[in-house]
Design a binder for this molecule. Structure first.
Ligand code: PGA
Length: 249
């Protein structure tokens, strides 16, 4: 049985003081011993959010990191900087990073390798555009993203990664994929992992759905055999996130 992992992605929201207030507000609401809970927050919020989350089940993660160890990369954050303050999760290759900051499958792969080298669990994002879905190439496209993201990643390492399937047309649009659409692609991703590695690895890896997840849609989505939780944007900034984390109560 895979343990569910429910992660919030705050994106470019919340100042450090707002972050502390939000963690304090959500702390009692997201208590659920049966799932892993992660808040992926802006870099400047990581330390104050961690302080605020102390003694709770909330893990504080990052939204991005660079693939080099250190050096002349103005404005970037390294894996060692994250581990130095105790970060264990990082979102890699979110579609907004790909669209607005030129990230590619190749840079995603480099970041995944660097995160794993530092024992940080990458939450690796993939997902198709509306055009690709309408063209019927969703699964081919996502398989390619997965294959490149996992280049040179060992089976042992792959077991410690999380994949987030996020159809781009469902992100921030209120247009959640149907349960069938989400399960179909998550199952195809697991099959792709099985082809790259083996059944053991495919059964161990956790695959989230993301894109307009709400308290209303979470229970059915997370009950699917191949959906092991969610990556939640908008709703992770609200008390509703507590209901999503407690989808099984
Ligand atoms: P959303 O964002 O829940 O607001 O659609 C999801 C995401 O971008 O991870």
């Amino acid at each position: 049985m895979r343990r569910k992992i429910i992660a919030g992605n705050w994106k470019m929201n919340m100042t450090p003081s707002q972050a502390v207030a939000l963690v304090n507000e959500l702390k009692p609401l997201v208590a659920n011993e049966e799932v892993d809970v992660v808040f992926c927050v802006p870099a400047i919020d990581i330390i104050p959010a961690m302080e605020a989350a102390k003694g709770s089940n909330i893990n504080i993660g990052a939204e991005n990191m660079h693939f080099e160890e250190s050096g002349a990369y103005t404005g970037e954050i390294s894996a060692s900087m994250l581990t130095d303050v105790g970060v264990k999760y990082v979102v890699i290759g979110h579609s907004e990073r790909r669209e607005y900051f030129g990230e590619t499958d190749e840079t995603v792969n480099k970041k995944v390798l660097k995160a794993l080298e530092h024992n940080i669990t990458p939450i690796i994002c993939c997902g198709e555009t509306l055009t690709q879905r309408e063209q019927g190439i969703t699964i081919d496209f996502v398989r390619q993203q997965i294959k490149v993201a996992f280049l040179n990643v060992t089976a042992e390492q792959a077991k410690n990664t999380v994949i987030a399937y996020e159809p781009i047309w469902a992100i921030g649009t209120g247009k959640v994929a149907t349960t069938e659409q989400a399960e179909e692609v998550c199952a195809a991703i697991r099959e792709c992992i099985r082809e790259i590695y083996d059944t053991d690895t495919a059964e161990a890896i956790r695959i989230q759905y993301g894109g307009s997840v709400s308290a209303a849609s979470a229970p059915e989505l997370f009950a699917q055999p191949n959906i092991d939780g969610g990556l939640v944007g908008g709703a992770s900034l609200k008390p509703d996130f507590g209901k999503i984390v407690n989808y099984n109560k």
